[in-house]
Design a protein around this ligand. Structure first.
Ligand code: HEM
Length: 334
C-alpha cells in the first residue's frame, strides 16, 4: 500500500515536471521543419556511418563522448544549430573557436572531420555538419549508457560565425541560477531544460581554470571538505596553479551517463559553481535535482525532450545556408 502511494507521488511529480516543459518558445521551432527521416532517400546510410564514427572514437577514448555532446550545445547556443562552431579561423574570417568558452576547451573536431569525409564519399553534398553534430551528440549519450531518441534532421550549415555571440550566449561556469536561467531563456529554453541539460555533466571533464576560484582564498563553503582538498591537490602545486589540468565533472561515475551528477550535489560534490548552485540555491532547481537523483528514468525522459528542443534552436532550412563539403570551411573558401 505504502509502495503504491509512493509511486503515485513520483508519477504525479513527474507529470508536473513534464507539464512545465510544455511552455512553448519562439526561438526553438517546436512544430519544426526538421524531421527524423530527412535522409531516408538521399543518404540512408548516414545514421550508421555517424554511429560507427562516434563509436570508434569513444572506444579509443571514453571522454570523446562528452566532448561531442558539448560541441552540439556550443553550436546551438550561438545563433542556432548551424555548425558555426566548426568553422576554422582564416586570415579573413573569425570563427568561434577562440571565444573564451571554446578556446583550449572544445574537442572532437577531428572526429567530426572523419565522419564528414565518409559521408561525402557515400553521399556527396548531402548531410550537413549541423546534423552530424546533432546525431553524434545522441550517439554519445547512447554509447555511455544513456537513453536514445529520434534526432530531428534537415538543418543546413551557416555561412557565418560569431565569436561575440559565443562569448555572450554560452553560460560561464561561475554563473548563478539567475544568469543560467537568462542564458537559457535567451535561446527559448526553460529553467527545467537548464537543470535537465546540466545533467550532461554526468560525463566528461573540466579544466582547473573553470572552477579554481572556488578553491582559493575563502574556499566555497558549499564544497564538501574532502572534495575540496582533493581538488586543491589536483589544481595547485605549491604556488603554481595548473589551469589546464582536468578532472571529472562527475567524480563518482565519470564515463557513465546516469543520474549520479544529481546525487553528487546534495553532498557538495558539484565541480563547477554552475553545477552546485542548482542545489545550494534551493527553490525549483533544488526540487528538480532531488527529483532526478531519485528518478533516473524521469531524467532520461526529460533529457531527450530537452535535447530535441535544444536541437531545434533556429535551424537553417530550405535555401538558407549550405551543405558544407568540409565542416571547417564554408564552400566558397574550402
Ligand atoms: C548550464 C550551463 C553550463 C555551463 C556553465 C557549462 C560549463 C562547462 C564547463 C566550464 C566545462 C569544462 C570546460 C573546460 O574545462 O574546458 C563543461 C564541460 C562539459 N559540458 Fe557543460 N556547461 C553547461 C551546460 C552544458 C550543457 C547544456 C551540455 C550538453 C547538453 C554540456 C555538456 C558538457 C560536457 C559533456 C562537458 C565535458 C566535455 C569534455 O569532457 O570534453 N554542458 N561545461
Amino acid at each position: 500500500m505504502e509502495r503504491i502511494s509512493k509511486m503515485a507521488v513520483v508519477l504525479r511529480t513527474s507529470f508536473v515536471f513534464m507539464l512545465i516543459s510544455v511552455g512553448a518558445s519562439t526561438k526553438t521551432c517546436l512544430s519544426g521543419s526538421l524531421k527524423p527521416d530527412y535522409y531516408a532517400w538521399t543518404c540512408p546510410e548516414a545514421d550508421a556511418i555517424i554511429f560507427a564514427g562516434v563509436e570508434k572514437a569513444v572506444i579509443q577514448e571514453a571522454r570523446m563522448a562528452a566532448s561531442l555532446l558539448r560541441l552540439h550545445f556550443h553550436d546551438c547556443f550561438v545563433n542556432g544549430c548551424d555548425a558555426s562552431v566548426l568553422l576554422d579561423d582564416t586570415v579573413t574570417f573569425v570563427g568561434e573557436k577562440t571565444a573564451v568558452p571554446n578556446l583550449n576547451s572544445l574537442r572532437g573536431f577531428e572526429v567530426i572531420d572523419a565522419i564528414k569525409q565518409e559521408l561525402e564519399f557515400a553521399c556527396p553534398g548531402t548531410v550537413s555538419c549541423a546534423d552530424i553534430l546533432a546525431m553524434a551528440a545522441r550517439d554519445s549519450v547512447v554509447l555511455t549508457g544513456g537513453a536514445s531518441w529520434e534526432v530531428q534532421l534537415g538543418r543546413r550549415d551557416s555561412l557565418t560565425a560569431s565569436k561575440t555571440a559565443a562569448n555572450n550566449n554560452i553560460p560561464a561556469p561561475t554563473s548563478n541560477v539567475a544568469t543560467l536561467n537568462s542564458k537559457f531563456q535567451n535561446v527559448g529554453l526553460t529553467e527545467q531544460d537548464m537543470v535537465t541539460l546540466s545533467g550532461a555533466h554526468t560525463i566528461g571533464k573540466a579544466r582547473c581554470a573553470t572552477f579554481n576560484s572556488r578553491l582559493t582564498g575563502q574556499p566555497d563553503p558549499t564544497l564538501q571538505k574532502e572534495f575540496l582538498t582533493s581538488l586543491q591537490q589536483i589544481c595547485f602545486q605549491g604556488l603554481a596553479s595548473n589551469n589546464n589540468t582536468v578532472t571529472s565533472l562527475d567524480v563518482e561515475t565519470p564515463v557513465i551517463f546516469d543520474n549520479q551528477y544529481y546525487q553528487n550535489l546534495p553532498s557538495g560534490e558539484g565541480l563547477l559553481n554552475s553545477d552546485q548552485v542548482l542545489y545550494s540555491t534551493g527553490g525549483t532547481t533544488r526540487e528538480l535535482v532531488e527529483f532526478y537523483m531519485q528518478n533516473q528514468e524521469a531524467f532520461f525522459e526529460n533529457f531527450k525532450t530537452s535535447m530535441i528542443k535544444m536541437g531545434n534552436i533556429q535551424p537553417l532550412t530550405g535555401t538558407n545556408g549550405e551543405i558544407r563539403r568540409n565542416c571547417r570551411f564554408v564552400n566558397s573558401l574550402g
